[in-house]
Design a binder for this molecule. Structure first.
Ligand code: DLL
Length: 449
């Protein structure tokens, strides 16, 4: 019984899951990365016609990779490359060696696929265990895994990591919120895993059911898969009486397990023994120096079924290489500011939904449930922020609602310099999310987006 054994190992006495790699001094880490980069570039060049063609067109031979900086000579890969090679055209191994396929939405109707060999699954499991450990999850936790189980990587990825840790896993998947709360209460759940928006949905429903989550044994949660602000983290921590930790990842790289935050909660460590992270200017695609904000690009170093080379995530963030109080040496990234492709431009100002979310959370009269609707008013973009009022505020009548809307508008104008329209909508007006919340409704004609 391997798992039981793990449980009995008393890992709770150690600080890291994988000390050797998590604390590797930078020169050694970079040496390791270079070796793995060379191997991976050769691996895909020999096995995937798409990469061979692209590398040949760019005039780079795998043998030309002599230093980590040489990565900049390799061409980028984008989501549409996955679409064009759907379903298995980018797979570097025969399908008989693929033991699992996950998928997520592509840019068109067809999903994009994420195949794994048995070795890929094993590595992913270890990465998840490593990240959960850093988040403070321990073998004696009763773990409610409310990420969607299925093609989405969240459910099974967390399941594997939690099982490896030796937790008591309850795979509730997402949805059926009342049942989630009943199970949380009845089973004495101590750790919760889901998207941040679903965590809030659970907190809200629990309050309606007169269940005080703060009084339950729940102590930690690991949330991710969608952008959320620091203010939202605090809101979840406050409402549930827990520590809210973060997980970051994408299907194209394995799913969750790419990055995670430690107990310091000051940036997301990237598992650099598995992924090289770069920041590039989303327009010019030139690499940017450490500390500058731009698009995050990843190269997978140890995957076998579908190792992505310089994959453009469209996620906007900043990398920081600084001593972390946790002792880990992996580079840290800021919370994702937004995506280069969902960025809204309102009166010439770049607007990320997560910025507005933080501002809404600072107004006590509204709930953290909102939707941004973008419309055309003449030639101008109009941004309408629909946010739910607290029930007492909403029921106090139209005058009160207008007064609160005016305050929200003034706050957004004051902080971001843009004029938006604000509608205080009835509690429950915004559809509740069980997975990733839909925050932006773009009603502009296609040619204006
Ligand atoms: O969302 C994997 C995942 C599952 C991560 C569970 C964390 C927890 P995809 O469905 O392929 O994979 O979506 C990947 O989601 O490029 C980001 O835009 C966004 N995303 C993921 N984690 C975060 C996060 C999973 N912590 C896309 N903060 C990514 C902000 C996130 N955005």
């Amino acid at each position: 019984m391997v798992l039981k054994g793990r449980k009995e190992e008393k890992k709770s006495e150690r600080k890291y899951w994988d000390e050797k790699f998590e604390t590797l001094p930078l020169p050694e880490l970079q040496k390791f990365q270079l070796r793995k980069l060379k191997e991976t570039v050769e691996w895909v060049y020999e096995r995937v016609p798409f990469y061979k063609r692209k590398f040949d067109e760019a005039g780079v031979n795998p043998k030309a990779i002599k230093s980590l900086e040489d990565i900049a000579r390799l061409p980028f890969t984008v989501k549409n490359d996955l679409r064009d090679n759907y379903p298995f055209g980018l797979c570097a191994v025969p399908l008989k060696e693929v033991v699992r396929v996950h998928a997520s939405s592509g840019t068109t109707g067809k999903p994009i696929t994420g195949p794994y060999t048995a070795e890929d699954l094993e590595q992913w499991t270890e990465l998840m265990a490593r990240n959960l450990w850093a988040a403070g999850v321990r073998p004696d936790d009763i773990a409610q895994n409310a990420y969607g189980h299925g093609l989405f990587t969240g459910g099974l990825g967390f399941h594997q990591g939690l099982t490896r840790l030796g937790c008591t896993v309850v795979p509730t998947s997402s949805g059926l919120t009342e049942r989630q709360i009943t199970i949380m209460k009845d089973f004495g759940v101590t750790a919760l895993f889901c998207t941040p928006s679903y965590a809030l949905t659970i907190a809200e429903r629990a309050a309606e059911m007169k269940v005080d989550i703060r009084a339950l044994p729940l102590r930690v949660g690991v949330f991710g898969a969608e952008p959320w602000s620091t203010a939202m983290r605090q809101e979840i921590e406050e409402r549930m009486g827990i520590r809210a930790q973060e997980a970051y990842g994408l299907t194209e790289l394995c799913g969750p397990g790419v990055g995670f935050d430690c107990e310091v909660q000051d940036g997301i460590h990237i598992n650099e023994d598995h992924f090289i992270a770069e920041i590039v200017d989303p327009q010019t695609l030139e690499p940017l120096p450490l500390g500058e904000k731009g698009e995050l690009v990843f190269t997978a170093l140890q995957r076998r079924a579908m190792p992505m080379i310089r994959y453009r995530t469209k996620d906007i963030t900043r990398l920081r290489r600084e001593q972390c109080a946790c002792g880990r040496t992996f580079v840290k990234m800021d919370k994702i500011y937004g995506r280069s492709d969902d960025m809204l431009i309102i009166s010439g100002v770049n607007v990320f939904p997560s910025q507005i979310e933080s501002l809404l959370l600072e107004i006590p009269e509204v709930e953290p449930q909102y939707r941004l609707v973008v419309r055309k008013k003449g030639y101008l973009d109009q941004l309408i922020v629909q946010v739910e009022g607290r029930r007492d505020i909403y029921e106090a009548g139209p005058e009160k609602r207008l007064e609160v809307a005016a305050r929200v508008m003034a706050h957004i104008r004051g902080m971001m310099g843009i004029g938006v329209d604000v509608e205080i909508v009835e509690p429950k007006f915004i559809a509740r999310s069980e997975g990733k919340a839909l925050r932006v409704v773009d009603e502009r004609p296609k040619q204006f987006r």
